[in-house]
Write a protein that binds this ligand. Structure first.
Ligand SMILES: [Zn+2]
Length: 114
């Protein structure tokens, strides 16, 4: 298979515990905390976003009642945006502060890293 090797890792600007807004798709407009980032897949798991019904088996775990439970599913990183406290969902820029690289709002320049 002829596959071009991509060198270096993809830069992902979204990190765990960020609050993001869903900008497209079924959950458009929802906001949530990032539970996990999957940089290689370009996907992200966001709290209460991309909920899917999952059948719980009572056979596997006797403590779990058989039935339907809801669970987050991974959504595309391109479907979410980091939220600037002033501007809302924005594109992320980068600035170097000393030897530290921080994320900033591309619109107003507010630092988005804690
Ligand atoms: Zn801003």
């Amino acid at each position: 298979m002829a596959q071009t090797a991509t060198h270096g890792h993809k830069r992902v600007d979204i990190r765990r515990n960020d609050t993001v807004r869903v900008i497209t798709g079924r959950d458009k407009g929802k906001e949530g905390r990032v539970l996990r980032v999957f940089p290689n897949d370009g996907r992200v798991l966001v709290e209460h976003v991309g909920m899917v019904k999952k059948t719980m088996s009572s056979k596997r775990d006797p403590k779990v009642k058989g039935g339907i439970a809801e669970q987050e599913s991974r959504i595309s990183l391109s479907n979410v945006k980091l939220i600037c406290p002033t501007c809302g969902p924005v594109r992320i820029g980068h600035e170097t502060h000393g030897d530290r690289k921080v994320r900033v709002c591309r619109k107003c320049g507010t630092m988005l890293d804690k």
